[in-house]
Design a protein around this ligand. Structure first.
Ligand SMILES: [Zn+2]
Length: 97
């Protein structure tokens, strides 16, 4: 996973995505799939303390964990699903000018 280091990095990434509303991905259908978080822990996409902030195509979700890290995950597979963490960053970067 790529760890973004600045607000500029985040903007550059988001320019390449078509971010959409969080509810469009219907994460609940993916059960308790684990993902590697930018905070170095593993969380499950449907844990109560994991917030889905946005979605993107094809099947991506921007997840926020209780440690204030955001991670963009891509879900692949049909019968056997896997979650690939593409990039992440700490929430403090959002406050940078
Ligand atoms: Zn985390």
């Amino acid at each position: 996973m790529e760890i973004l280091k600045s607000n500029r990095d985040i903007k550059d990434k988001f320019e390449l995505e078509s971010l959409m509303a969080a509810h469009l991905i219907r994460l609940r259908g993916y059960g308790s799939l684990p993902y590697d978080c930018a905070c170095n822990n593993t969380h499950k996409v449907n844990d109560k303390d994991i917030q889905c902030i946005a979605s993107a195509k094809p099947i991506k979700a921007l997840l926020r964990c209780p440690n204030n890290f955001y991670t963009m995950v891509r879900i692949e597979g049909f019968f056997k699903k896997k979650v690939i963490s593409e990039y992440g960053y700490h929430a403090k970067l959002l406050d940078e000018a």
